[in-house]
Design a protein around this ligand. Structure first.
Ligand SMILES: *Cc1c(COP(=O)(O)O)cnc(C)c1O
Length: 449
């Protein structure tokens, strides 16, 4: 592909308005979803305040069967799912939970909502999931749990994390919000920890028409407690609701419309996943020969659900070792977006640098205040991989979730090639860009909670 870059006034590889909506929209809504919603309206059963029957219980059975877990409870969203899993497991306030530094904010705020202190762990440079060796280093006498996040859809290193959890008697929770259907050593995510949580948010690989979540476990007693915590601590196995709250718990029920919509999506999940493997595989094959473009890596013992595609850019392999990786990423982002590729940075900082975690604002300084402490000021040297990844990479989200996105993804590949053909004009710009990573702004500027 030749021609001037679109950022300098040349033609775009992906012209505005040229992407057919039916190839990139997400979720894909068919007649089956309309029928599912109508089924609920006609049934007159709109929520899940009973066990056994209805759309919610059917979704729970079908998801348990899909992942191969003995028990499943549907809840209001993926964040609540993590909270309920921790509540049901009885992790006490003030305890520490190991959480990866690179994940969506929900993973850690769910722990904070249960008054657990998140201890952030750097990620592995190949998989971007929690580094088991770093995790081991951060275990203290107060550590009670590990939250393993299958980031972007790739399962974390569960054998090593299981061994670590067993050595120290820790609860192992999977945050599988991004990894529906992905497998690790032949087993689906949702069966790899003591308990696992999924999101049904409309942007996830198994979407509902709004918000929802799922919790799977092999532990019958833990499942029973999750269900208690889902509805005011009430025992719903009784024939008649008795309004007796047995534990302090709120309301995290899933509605029947959300369950019915998710069930109809679940019926097509395997087919969509196959299409995604094909489409993403073709995209990555087209990008394989671009020097310095580091594609996602899938270790042989696992499969990737391809929720998010992350590409790192390596200045050394691009022949410009002197260019700041953050500056290079900024310039590549501008060039790619101008060509019509919707790349985005996703998080601008690893979790420890999020304003909320640095200050504890919004929760009166708790849970840290339980021990008379403030959140620890993060140091770059403790998170060399998470900080580097956030600086030198961009993500593609959404388009590739659509099973018919294959042709659009190949046009994205074409745009990458065009940009790489023009690196000799882009690199000097990156070299001239004044770039400072965002966390350098925060040094010694703690604000009061
Ligand atoms: C989306 C997401 C969640 C939270 O799910 P919600 O349903 O949006 O509350 C938790 N963890 C990760 C990694 C996520 O991507």
């Amino acid at each position: 592909m030749t021609g001037a870059l679109a950022m300098f006034g040349g033609g775009r590889v992906i012209e505005r308005g040229s992407v057919p909506a039916e190839q990139v929209r997400w979720p894909v809504v068919t007649e089956a979803e309309h029928e599912a919603a109508r089924r609920v309206f006609d049934s007159g059963v709109f929520t899940s305040n009973t066990t056994g029957g209805g759309e919610v219980a059917s979704l729970e059975r079908e998801w348990a069967e899909f992942v191969g877990a003995p028990h499943c409870a549907a809840v209001s969203n993926g964040t609540a799912a993590i909270e309920l899993a921790l509540a049901a497991a009885g992790v006490e306030p003030g305890a520490e939970i190991l959480v990866p530094a690179l994940t969506f904010i929900a993973s850690a705020v769910a722990a904070v909502q249960r008054m657990l202190v998140p201890v952030f762990v750097d990620v592995d440079p190949v998989t971007y999931t929690m580094s088991p060796t770093e995790a081991e280093r951060l275990v203290t006498p107060r550590t009670r749990a590990i939250l393993a996040v299958h980031l972007h859809g790739l399962p974390a290193d569960m054998t090593a994390l299981r061994a670590l959890a067993d050595r120290h008697g820790l609860l192992l929770v999977e945050d599988a919000a991004q990894s529906h259907g992905a497998t690790y050593r032949g087993r689906r995510t949702g069966t790899l920890g003591d308990v696992a949580t999924f999101s049904l948010n409309v942007v996830k690989n198994l979407p509902t028409c709004g918000e929802g979540g799922l919790i799977t476990t092999a532990d019958a007693e833990l499942h029973r407690k999750v269900v208690l915590h889902r509805q005011f601590g009430e025992d719903l196995t009784r024939r008649e609701r008795d309004y007796v709250s047995r534990v302090l718990a709120g309301n995290a029920k899933l509605s029947a419309v959300q369950a019915a919509f998710a069930r109809s999506q679940l019926a097509r999940l395997a087919e969509y996943d196959e299409a995604r493997q094909r489409n993403v595989g073709a995209l990555l094959a087209r990008l394989a020969d671009l020097p310095g473009l580091v594609p996602p890596v899938v270790p042989e013992d696992r499969t990737h659900a391809w929720h998010i595609l992350r590409f790192r850019f390596d200045p050394v392999a691009m022949g410009c070792a002197d260019v700041d990786p953050g500056a290079l990423r900024t310039v590549l982002q501008r060039a790619l977006r101008a060509e019509g590729v919707p790349v985005q940075q996703y998080q601008q900082v690893p979790l420890p640098w999020q304003e909320a975690f640095r200050t504890g604002a919004g929760f009166g300084g708790y849970p840290w205040a339980l021990r008379g402490e403030a959140p620890a000021e993060p140091r770059v040297e403790d998170f060399p991989v998470s900080t580097a990844v956030v600086e030198d990479s961009l993500t593609l989200q959404r388009w590739h979730l659509n099973p018919d996105s294959g042709p659009v993804l190949l046009r994205c590949a074409e745009a990458f090639h065009k940009v790489w053909d023009n690196l000799d004009t882009l690199v000097p710009i990156a070299r001239a860009v004044e770039h400072r990573p965002p966390w350098t702004r925060y040094a010694n500027t703690r604000t009061e909670a």
